[in-house]
Design a protein around this ligand. Sequence first.
Ligand SMILES: [Zn+2]
Length: 578
Amino acid sequence: MKRHARWERAICFLFFAASACSGSGGIGAVSCGGSTSSPAAPPASTSQRVPIGQLPRIDMDALLAHVKALSSDEFEGRAPGTKGEELSVTYLADQFKKVGLKPGNTDGTYFQQVPLVGITPAPAPLVFKKGNRQQTLKWKDDVVAWTKHVAESASLENSELVFVGYGVVAPEFNWDDYKGVDLKGKTLVVLINDPPVPDPDKAGELDAKTFGGKAMTYYGRWTYKYEIGAQKGAAGVLIVHETEPAGYGFNVVQGKTGEQFDLVTPDKNMGRAAIEGWITLDQAKRLLQSAGRDFDALKKQAATRDFKPVALGVTASMTIKNTLRTIASRNVVAKLEGSDPKGMEEYVVYTAHWDHFGRTADGIFHGAEDDALGCAALVELGRAFTKLPAPPRRSILFLAVTAEEQGLLGSQYYSVTPIYPLAKTAADINLDSWNVHGRTRDLTLVGFGASALDDYTRDAAAEQGRVVHADAEPEKGFYYRSDHFNFAKQGVPALDPDGGVDYLGKPAEFSKQVRDEWTEHRYHTPRDVVMPDWDLSGVNEDLRVLFAVGYRVAQADSFPEWTAGNEFKAKRDAMLRK
Ligand SMILES: [Zn+2]
């Protein structure tokens, strides 16, 4: 679950293809630039439209039984590579079969193998040198670093340090912090978050037209900084930690000094920078001072289009030794075949993650809300889809992924090694945030306005007399923190729904009370269990909306599109043009 995640990551490379809009989505042509977050109706074929009230019911008793099974002691907290994995993936495959869904993999099984590696770095110092002067950064206190290389060690050896500002290449905003400078073998020093571009018309505010204003775009995420650094051929990428733009303290970064999981790619992740890490603001200021530069002045320059990389005349050296272990994990995948001969080759995907943290010294992490509920919802949505008078035109994929809690790895694996082409994948709808406290007048859409899926959701919710709105903290970039994001990153429009906040028959402060109780006492603890006071009437309503959205996308004449200016749109357009 993404909400207030203690640590999350997403790894693979991001290529922003600059392109114009065109292409064919299969059933009917994909229209160009038409569908946005504007009030335009979604391109659903009206003749196919079934009112939300006429969709088959979702069996909430069966759903609760699945949650209880998956979050029971017997399942041991569902950690990848444990007995808990074996029980979880077998349970889900059995249930998918029972409700009448077919094996989702083309090899005739309900499984997709996901090779994982766990890498534990040994503590090591980072040393900056200029002439005979030396600045030594202490492991964990001053620097947190690791390598993604699946290798016994990785090093920086007198690698030249270059300050690259926010390290962003964003063609849609005419922004390139690198200006063609060759950075092969160099170590980049980079700022966190998007460049804060002031609004020319409103003093004290950020320009909403550039990097989303106050909201964080993917260019602001720490994972992006490492990915773009690798694309530039850098040997090292060091992010300067600042609490406010990061959204969390250095103590959160320090939680990243132990074992980290990753996918095993064919090149053993050698395409990544050898060393990735964070340094404290104090150490960054000292570094710039020794280079004869002022941190605040450079930071100010970095918020402009004219910024150019600044060579610091200082070198970095560090050697990290690793302990490695490999885990063969699995995604579970089931499908409902579409009814249209051509449409059946196209897919609407629902995702949830089956994994959680397993058993530790603190006890079993049951993960009832996070995300046994999502997996239960996959099964029961699947059953409801089989009860339609006829299957939708396109096929529906129900994908329960592994290792979300380890950095969205199962969904990353699917997104870069898809069973069915992403160009034939209409949308992903993610099920990983739940309101278990009753009905609400509203529904939250994280990353609201990103694609036409929001229009579908708004319309379906309206049929229940409900409204949709953005999440309260767009500056924290929650959209980039659960499995749908891996689909978005590869270009597939992806929906990230969250529960509502305006409860029927409850005082105004109720929402904050239940959310605080969850965040402070149960989220990512052994106490995330099925509670006696759960009221799933809100989950039922939310799921019916998401049922309608998936069904209507699967019936529509064309694929939903990203909103113009969205950072994932160019990639989708290029994919559909092929
Ligand atoms: Zn979680």
